[in-house]
Design a protein around this ligand. Structure first.
Ligand SMILES: C[S@@+](CC[C@H](N)C(=O)[O-])C[C@H]1O[C@@H](n2cnc3c(N)ncnc32)[C@H](O)[C@@H]1O
Length: 564
């Protein structure tokens, strides 16, 4: 029967090309199987792929049953464990027998994975996975919002409401943007109640591209992208700030605007934003954007500068107390970039086993940091292999792992700045690997422990973000703690829920008009230079001895990236 081999081919092709399952099936006409059945099986197996891949890896199925490829194992296992009909092959068929031989182990591993994620039954888990798909798919049909940040470096909210938007009518909630009053000639406008100086328009409202936009008086910036600078909350007493990964500069100019607004009535702004950008072309864009926004009196652009090569003890940065980190990421939260509505994950092909055991079955040493489920040796090997060499479709997860390594390195480097006491870490990714995982791994790192870094609790956050209800994922924090922390330490339970609640998430398709986004703030006590920051620490957190994983994946900015 061709169905399972063909579904495996579909999954491999979709994983490598990034095309959707449907597009993959319908782009080829010569399938032996019925196309609809093929789509249905591939989509279902894809939706369950993250969980089934764990089951396959932990049961070591592919190590024993050499005739199974990762994708073939995935589709067969789907039908064996989750379909009412079971595997539609005779029991004597070799593929059926290869799965059936491991029935008890496979069922036990599925139960473990389900319980680990906190679901009472397979049906509840099934509903959850379907719901997740709908949430993401919903984003594609959601009526989009145009967010407009009033640039208070050059103008004020009141000025803009009385000039650029004087013909607009204010609506009391975001959803009212689309409750069109057909008799009214005026367009609706909503003043956001989370972020100061932020307005929402209908997506096709031409006022967004008016003279005020051309003059830099208003900046088009997704609401979620305004969270980091606002959460960092730089005030007059708080010294300098570094924006570590700054181009095109939306968050840089937002930081500058907040600092300038708070200095009104004071002689001059004495604190600076150091805006660091590694890429040559994007450094140029960053300078232009800062100039257009009137931010150059506050911002010092460090163009063509790798942040991880800045020296945390450099006197130039001795007044830096805040760092905003918005590093390159998978961009999976950006609206319009979604290709598939779930993360298609395939099991590793029989060589790498679970997170606790090495291939010899001995316990892997835990050092509390830098662990990804791969040894350092694994990471080195991964970088030497071009992405298209992953014929088994693990490319996406591998990219996420590589990005997370890079993001963690940026975060740990920021934590070592001498006078730093406040950091924000953000991504426009929906994947826990780049989000809660990185937060937990950073908190468990040596530099965080030594310098007393902890998450900025919800109760201590600026008001507009304290009341934002979409918080981090507790399950993801627990899973990350289990993977990277100390499993036997049950006293951490409370801390995990505090960490999840400290994190902020935005979800596309939620009706809140945002892209998918993640943010976490970190704080530490002590305003002064930490004498224990040694040059050794600087060296260990600098990039010189680390592989340049970020180079492999260019990363994305938020939607305004293209509009600057
Ligand atoms: C997600 S974008 C930042 C978007 C920006 N914060 C904004 O709001 O406009 C990430 C940026 O980090 C830059 N980058 C990546 N690695 C870097 C590094 N090691 N040092 C400095 N910049 C880096 C990338 O070139 C890219 O421009």
């Amino acid at each position: 029967m061709a169905l399972y081999h063909e579904a495996a081919e579909v999954i491999n092709t979709a994983a490598q090309s990034g095309e959707s399952i449907k597009a993959t099936v319908f782009s080829k006409k010569s399938w032996k199987s019925d196309a609809k059945t093929l789509v249905a099986l591939s989509i279902e197996a894809g939706r369950w792929s993250e969980i089934l891949s764990e089951v396959i890896e932990k049961s070591e199925l592919l190590k024993v049953e050499k005739q199974l490829t990762p994708a073939l194992g995935l589709v067969l296992l789907h039908d064996f464990l989750l379909s009412k009909k079971g595997i539609v092959l005779s029991e004597s068929h070799g593929l059926h027998a290869a799965i059936r031989r491991h029935r008890a182990r496979l069922q036990a591993e599925l139960t473990k994975e389900r319980l680990r994620r906190g679901f009472q039954s397979v049906d509840v888990l099934r509903d959850h996975l379907k719901g997740q798909t709908k949430d993401i798919a919903g984003a594609q049909s959601e009526r989009r919002v145009r967010w407009v940040r009033v640039n208070v470096l050059k103008t004020s909210l009141l000025d803009q409401l009385q000039s650029t938007f004087s013909k607009h009518r204010k609506v009391p909630s975001l959803s009212d943007l689309w409750k069109c009053d057909s008799l009214s000639a005026s367009k609706p406008i909503y003043v956001d109640d989370n972020i100061p100086n932020l307005l929402a328009l209908q997506l096709d409202d031409a006022a967004a591209f008016s003279q005020a936009y051309r003059d830099g008086d208003i900046i088009l910036q997704d609401k979620a992208s305004c969270f980091p600078a606002y959460l960092l909350d730089p005030n007059l007493d708080s010294g300098d700030v570094i924006d570590a990964c700054a181009a095109p500069g939306n968050k840089t100019t937002h930081l500058a605007a907040i600092m300038a607004e708070r200095s009104v009535g004071h002689a001059s702004i004495s604190n600076h934003v150091f805006a660091c950008e590694k890429d040559v072309v994007r450094s140029h864009t960053l300078k232009q954007m800062c100039q257009k926004a009137g931010a150059l009196s506050v911002v010092r652009v460090l163009g063509k500068q790798d942040f991880t090569k800045l020296r945390p003890n450099d006197r130039k940065f001795s007044k830096v107390t805040g760092l905003l980190l918005d590093p390159s990421c998978s961009g999976s939260g950006i609206v319009g970039r979604e290709k598939d509505v779930f993360l298609l994950k395939l099991p590793r092909s029989g060589t790498i086993v679970n997170n606790n055991l090495t291939s010899r079955g001995t316990k892997r040493k835990r050092n509390g940091q830098g662990q990804t489920g791969h040894s350092q040796q694994d990471i080195g090997t991964i970088e030497e292999v071009p992405l298209d060499a992953y014929g088994d479709g693990v490319a996406l997860q591998k990219r996420l792992d590589n990005l997370a390594e890079f993001q963690l390195r940026i975060l740990k480097h920021a934590m070592s700045f001498a006078a730093a006491n406040r950091i924000t870490y953000s991504t426009c990714s929906v994947h826990a690997t780049e989000n809660e995982d990185v937060v937990i791994r950073a908190l468990r790192s040596d530099v965080a422990k030594r310098r007393g870094w902890r998450v900025l609790l919800r109760q201590d956050q600026v008001e507009g973000l304290r009341k934002w209800s979409r918080r981090g994922e507790l399950q993801a924090c627990e899973a990350a703690e289990e993977r990277y922390g100390n499993r036997s330490d049950h006293s951490r339970l409370q801390e995990r829920s505090e960490i999840a609640d400290a994190c902020l998430r935005c979800t596309k398709g939620s009706g809140e008009g945002t892209m998918g986004f993640f943010l976490c703030g970190f704080v530490r006590d002590g305003q002064n230079v930490d004498a224990t920051t040694s040059s050794t620490e600087e060296e260990s957190s600098s990039s010189t001895d680390q592989p340049a994983v970020e180079d492999e994946w260019d990363g994305f900015s938020d939607e305004t990236d293209q509009e600057t």
